[in-house]
Design a protein around this ligand. Sequence first.
Ligand code: ZN
Length: 484
Amino acid sequence: MTLRCDLIIRDATILDGLGGPRFTADVGVTGDRITAVGDLGGRAADREVDADGLALAPGFIDAHTHDDRAVLCGPACMLCKMSQGVTTVVVGNCGISLAPVRMKSRPVPPLDLLGDESWFAFDSFGDYAGRLARDPAPVNTYALIGHMSLRVEAMQGDTQRAATDREAAHMQARLKDALAQGASGFSTGLYYPPNMMAPTDEVIAVAEALRSVGGLYVTHMRDEANDVLLSIEETLRIGRAVDVPVVISHHKCSMPENFGRSTETLPLIDKGAAGQKVDFDIYPYAAGSTVLMPHRLRRDVPVRITWSVPHPELAGRMLADIAAEWGLELRAVAEKLVPAGAIFFQMDEPDVQRIMAHRLAMIGSDGLPHDSYPHPRLWGTFPRVLGHYARDLKLFSLEEAVRKMTGHTASVFGMVDRGVIREGAYADLVLFDPATVRDASTYDAPTRPAEGILETWINGQSAYVFGAGATDACAGRLVTRNQG
Ligand code: ZN
């Protein structure tokens, strides 16, 4: 037993990540691991932190991100996450991943959420993993491989149809290689035009690569509106067909005519969960954000522009205001703004709360780090759940809030020795003030850092300090499903 630690955090209120009741203890860290939890009164450390009255939790795991490129860009790019206490991000969601595809021209939306063609420069997932090994990211990265990225490559951009058997076999082989090189699962975005024509059987054919390694199937479903129940059934069917766990991304009931229907979707998911492994993530807001699709606009869903290639000066403006100024219909304006992104006010708060409170819910930001005027979820998701939803609205306990962002998530994704405070676990930690923690980002000021998150450690290294910002530690690692 080591008597001297690198770091001791003393008298902290420990939230263990598993939902157990809080208790007061000291936590000792040596190297990249937690080496002691308890009364460490007899021990000394190179650095001691007095955490009396403060909460110490496992570092938060952002279950749903589009940080594939942001993790390659240094600490400043990940400040939005580390300032929330996030220590691990799941990249490659919604069918969109940087690897393994090389682009020669601007990627089709929504692949361009990750950037222009210059960023799609990884022929294999191994190349991407190699980059993270040579030049470590500020946070831990856990990677999914996107169906859309595989499709664009296998079908040479001709995606408005079902893939042929040969193309599906090619995608399956590419996915299998990526899984062997450290990727952990497969994501789809069947809602988006470049994938909509993919029938369930195509998805099953590609996802077959998951079976032998027990990889995860993660999906932005085909429909989150009128046909949300059919989409949940499709998702469950895909999981059963290849015998792997499934994760429903950013679960919601979209569009005014579907408000309240979480009373139908959650029981259907529960029914599925009785016979197979299914979980879901959610962001704590009643508005979503993605690329702007002119043909899908509706008058009853307000839209705020987050970026536009031809009109960058309009980021942050309401689409309806621009339409009034220009004397044009919404769709005509949108056609002048694309390629572009937007925030869509398309959900109902009671659904958001009902879904978030469900025992299977994990917290995932779905933040879009390259948007010039991002949805506030990018900077505010985790403190918003801790402050607004757990402490202020009492939607669930602080212990449960932390479980939804740590232990539960680590268990769903198979992140070994993460998401928990115990001896032997990785020292991914966040120190925060439970009385003051809150999101400060809003729709009008979307990049204001959270308050009350005091310090974030990743693999034992201090990564973020309130008031001082991100450190240059870059101690992040690639985390692979079920590998220690
Ligand atoms: Zn999505």
